[in-house]
Design a protein around this ligand. Structure first.
Ligand SMILES: NC(=O)c1ccc[n+]([C@@H]2O[C@H](COP(=O)([O-])OP(=O)(O)OC[C@H]3O[C@@H](n4cnc5c(N)ncnc54)[C@H](OP(=O)(O)O)[C@@H]3O)[C@@H](O)[C@H]2O)c1
Length: 264
């Protein structure tokens, strides 16, 4: 996605993948500065560690509680979050909907991505926000932070039981999977059978090369509208590009590059 974009914009740079061990993100960033990197995308599980080591933290990234984009300017590390605004653009593109009109249920609200989309939904004044996380204390922390900002009138945390989640789903419009479940075919199901309805909008942040996930397969069977993580990957990538180069991202080129990459 990024290399075709760089070529299309005549920028003499390359996007590469670097694997960094947990606990060594700050050290890696210092190496990137020395090597002349312009920017970095940060993914699972480094988004909280990245937040702690940047020199300048963007206001939205601070509010969303995670850094997934780094711009290196004059040797300084500037931390941003493109997952939140990418989520807004994806909901708009896939569903023609705005977060302020929706009641939202987030599974995995305590992870880096889940926390960002939860906080972003609240900042957009979504009508209702229900947070679910395997480790419930993380969802409670996120809920506390969101309530303190005071934009969303109705924020609650649920125990992850089939019964509670089924009941909550019957009272929301948008269901988001922000857990890492669904990346592998052997992963446990997120929702019990019969929970999804045709009126639901189902957003799986996970993406797979075959273009579907177990959650989205169930959602399609129920007649619900769906979007997978590729759309989010595209939009958060475009926003990262805008932070790095201060110019509009060539979205069509990036979309085609992404499609080609996942079909390999
Ligand atoms: N499409 C995109 O552009 C995009 C962008 C961002 C993220 N993502 C995807 O979103 C997912 C989460 O990423 P992240 O950065 O937020 O990772 P993360 O910070 O490591 O969070 C992982 C989340 O998954 C939950 N989880 C893991 N295993 C689970 C299990 N067996 N049962 C229930 N919950 C489980 C964790 O719960 P605990 O807190 O209890 O551990 C946590 O909420 C990944 O699949 C990632 O690829 C996609």
């Amino acid at each position: 996605m990024h290399n075709p974009a760089l070529r299309a914009c005549g920028i003499d740079a390359q996007y590469i993948r670097v694997q960094v061990p947990v606990g060594r993100v700050g050290e890696a960033f210092q190496q990137f500065v020395k090597c002349g990197f312009l920017g970095v995308n940060i993914t699972i599980p480094h988004k909280f560690e990245a937040l702690a080591v940047v020199d300048e933290l963007d206001e939205l990234a601070a509010a969303l509680g995670a850094v997934n984009t780094l711009a290196i300017r004059d040797g300084k590390l500037h931390g941003y979050n493109s997952d939140g605004p990418g989520f807004i653009r994806s909901v708009r593109e896939a569903f023609g909907a705005e977060l302020q009109d929706l009641r939202v249920l987030i599974l995995g609200a305590g992870g880096g991505a889940g926390r960002a989309v939860a906080a972003q939904s609240a900042l957009k004044r979504c009508r209702k926000l229900i947070l679910v996380n395997r480790s419930i204390e993380k969802a409670e922390t996120v809920a506390g932070e969101i309530r303190a900002v005071g934009r969303c009138p109705d924020v609650s945390v649920l125990n992850w039981t089939d019964e509670d989640v089924a009941k909550a789903a019957s009272n929301v419009d948008l269901i988001v999977n922000a857990t890492s479940l669904g990346m592998k075919a052997s992963d446990a199901k997120l929702l019990p059978a019969g929970v999804l309805e045709a009126r639901h909008l189902v957003f799986d942040m996970v993406y797979r090369a075959d273009g579907s996930t177990p959650l989205l397969a169930d959602a399609k069977l129920a007649g619900a509208k769906t979007v997978d993580g590729l759309t989010l990957l595209l939009h958060q990538g475009a926003i990262s590009f805008e932070h790095w180069f201060d110019q509009p991202a060539p979205l069509d080129v990036m979309r085609a590059g992404l499609q080609n990459a996942v079909m390999v």
